[in-house]
Each structure stands twice: as C-alpha cells, then as structure tokens.
Design a protein around this ligand. Sequence first.
Ligand code: URA
Ligand code: CA
Length: 434
Amino acid sequence: MRMVDLIERKRDGKELTEEQIHFIIKGYTEGSIPDYQMSALTMAIFFRGMTENERATLTMAMVESGDQIDLSEIEGIKVDKHSTGGVGDTTTLVLGPLVAAVGVPVAKMSGRGLGHTGGTIDKLEAVEGFHVEIDKSEFIDLVNKNKVAVIGQSGNLTPADKKLYALRDVTATVNSIPLIASSIMSKKIAAGADAIVLDVKTGAGAFMKTLDDSRELASAMVRIGNNVGRQTMAVISDMSQPLGFAIGNALEVKEAIDTLRGQGPEDLTELCLTLGSHMVFLAKKASSLSEARELLEKAIQDGSALEAFKTFLKSQGGDPSVVDDPTKLPQAKYKIELESKEAGYVSNIVADEIGTAAMLLGAGRATKESEIDLAVGLVLNKKIGDQVQVGESMVTIYSNFEDVTEVREKLYANISVSSEKVDAPILIHEEITK
Ligand code: URA
Ligand code: CA
C-alpha cells in the first residue's frame, strides 16, 4: 500500500477502506508516513468529507494507536460526559457528585485547562489539599466505594490524535466535522467510557458558533459512538453568554456547591439536570428520563448530592469543610463592581470575550506554562434578559491586582444594554439520540 495512492483516492472523492485507514493511522503514529503526506490527506478530507464507515474506522484506529483504560473492575455502566468547551462551564463539578449520589459510577480522567479558565482539575485544586495524583488501583477502588473519583491524565492515550491535531492546527484543517468528531470520540472511548453524554455548545463562546454547525457535529459524534458500540447522545446547549454566574476556579467551586445545595443559577441547574438525567438513564439507574430527573432533584433536596461532594473531596485529600464554609476557598484581594452606565435590559454578554477578561485577571492560562490564579475571576450579577438600572452592578470582578482598567474596558465593550425588553436565550436547543 502506498500513501500517495490513498491521498489520490480521497482527493477524488472515493471511500477509504478499513484496511487503508488502519494503514494510514499506524504509519503516521510510527513515523513512516511523513507530515507532508498526512497534511495532503487531511486537506482532501476537509474538502471531500468522510462516510459514516470511514469516521467510525478512523475513530477506532486512533483509539488503538495507544493505551486504553480498562474500567471493567468498576461495577455498573460507566457513563462519561463531555463538553465541547465553553466559558464558566461549571457542569462537570456539579455532575460528578450529583449523579454519583444516585449510584452512577463516574470515573473521570481530566486535564488542566488552556484558555478562559482552568480545567476541572485546576478548579478542584482550589480546594486545599485536593490532588489527582492517585494510582489506577486506588482510582478504581474510590469509584467503587464513592461512585466518583478524578484522576489526572496518564498513559499514552490516542497518540495518533495528538499528532494529527497538532498537524491540523498548522494546516488549516481543524475545522472539519469528521476530523473533530473522531478526535473527540477517540479520546472518550480510549478513556474507557461505556456510554457517552455529549454537551455540544453553540454560540459566541463555543467552538461551533452556529446552531447548524453544532447540530452537524453533535450528530456526527452520536453516530460514531453508536456505530462503535458505545451508547451516545448529545445535548446542544447555549454558549452565547457564559453558563451560570461564576467564571474562575474557586468561584466556580463555590457555584458548584450552591448548585448542589439547590441554590445555584437557573441555567446551570437546568443544564446539569438535563445532562444528568441522560447519564442516569444510560447507566440504567432509572427507566425513564423523568424518573432519572426526579432522582437527581431528590438528591439535591435531601442533601445527598452535597454529601457526595464532601466525600469525594475528602477521599482525594481535599478539605471537605469548604462545602459548609466556602470562605475557606482562595480569596481575591480586591472585589470591584462593574456598574452599568445605562438603564434597560441586558441584551448581550459575549461569552468568549468575557472568558478572555477572566483570563486577563489570571483565571486561565495563555500558554501551557502559565500559572493560574485560583482565587480570581468574574461573577455576573446580570444575565441576558435581566433589567438593569444606572449604577447597578452588572459584574463583580475578583482580582489580585488593583488596576483592572483593561478588564473593565473589555467587559463594557462586550456587555450590551438595550432600552427594549429582551428574552433570555434558549438554553437547550436540541437533544440528539441518533
Ligand atoms: N477538540 C478536539 O479534541 N479535537 C478536535 O479536533 C477539535 C476540538
Ligand atoms: Ca459558571
């Protein structure tokens, strides 16, 4: 088999066979196929697309390019939730303990964040003592005992995807639906998920800015999952404005605690209940979505979700007393209000720009090497559709430096107030199950 013939095939719009795709991924991972040939192929894929069979095969070829996590010693159906990324997306922090409280095993492998705010691990490390450096057997024991544990990324997972993603990044081929879908799905499958709930974000703060593109990506991933024997569904949710109120690591931990207590922001609570219901249903802990939702609502009301969060923190070295006293979380030196200059209704809060403002405060990493400040970030006091008076605070800025002029300017430029009444954006656009 020669790579040049396979590039030609794809260039001319013909389907690649299973054997050919495995040859390509194996050769590229090992280094026998050079970057220049792989970039020609990805550009051909960008223009020609991939069939459903090709997508499933590519996904599994990437899964098989490296280690696969074996979670078979964990009892029950392991459901993983994946978000395509947004601003102030506190859902993972809430969902872990929430679904664990109703008996769904959550064996989460997570990473650090790049961009807006930290990743799940960064956020959890805002809790004094919490750590994810546990070995595999301890991880499995914890999930069996508490139903939830988080471990840092270890092992050589999907090396083909790592190499390919880096290549796509510099050859203008990131934005290809089949390549994005197989990239994301290969990582979830290699991490050992039996079933997968996808939260595909749409809007300014999302990877996919339009509903059409988000739907296409969601549907591509759902089909890949189901075609390779992992029950998969997707929710398309709004990311035109940040989710919830808090953007920043310790601030989001506090927001998660509030939400587990039943006192969280409405949008975050609703999205967690929706995603959580699907997780509980796929894990076969309820026979319908409405029954699943009732179980989750009960876990919030009777305090078992909050208790599951405490147990989870404590089991991984964290101080569980932050749950009852969130002032024990890292605190910023300055608290500065961003007052509205106009009266009316908030009509836009541009999510990605607000995320960048939080990053300027130090809540996120500009490069992999940057240190993040766990205490800082933003809390929105108004969301789209809310009424606001002149002088009323729209955002509270939590900073460790006094001069926040640049952050204020960015916030003013990206929060609009209209004199006419504005509706809140739709939170959940669609649910895709096949
Ligand atoms: N995220 C991924 O993991 N892969 C892609 O290709 C794009 C976004
Ligand atoms: Ca949030």
